[in-house]
Design a protein around this ligand. Sequence first.
Ligand code: ZN
Length: 177
Amino acid sequence: MAAAGMATELVNTAPGVWHGEDQLPDGAALAVFAGEHGLSGEDDVDAVHELRDRLRAVLDLRDADDIERAASALVARGLGSVGLEPDERGRLQWIARPAADATLADRLALIGGVGVLGALRALGPERFRDCASDTCSGVFIDTSRPGRRRYCMPDLCGNRANVAAYRARRRASGGLS
Ligand SMILES: [Zn+2]
């Protein structure tokens, strides 16, 4: 489910999500993000921003057929070939390989699209959710086993909501702060 995680992470680098600022403002930031996902490249900032908007539109969908169609279009954009490769335990798995001339944005489209399709088929459209934080416009795919995730970035949005709730309780009970 790493590919679905990449899709969530990329979408939530957009301005307006948690920090408010664009987390992929330039080639240097993009190179770091790409490196974290086993890719390289930094020249593609505008194309990646455009892809980010398209991927966001996919994660905003809540109907399984709509998600399937939109994610398939993303996969088609970067797909070169599909083949069987052994995983670390020697079991064969289908692998989607990017086209030889695929740009970084095309490769991210392929990974994100495959991740969305895999999560949709394994977990269902109800795992596509809005962040529960009042101050965050993020979205995410919940790939956790229990499926009870509420925040796009649990460490950030979840804590912030907890802090806000704690302060509100203190105020309500007249406690000193
Ligand atoms: Zn959030």
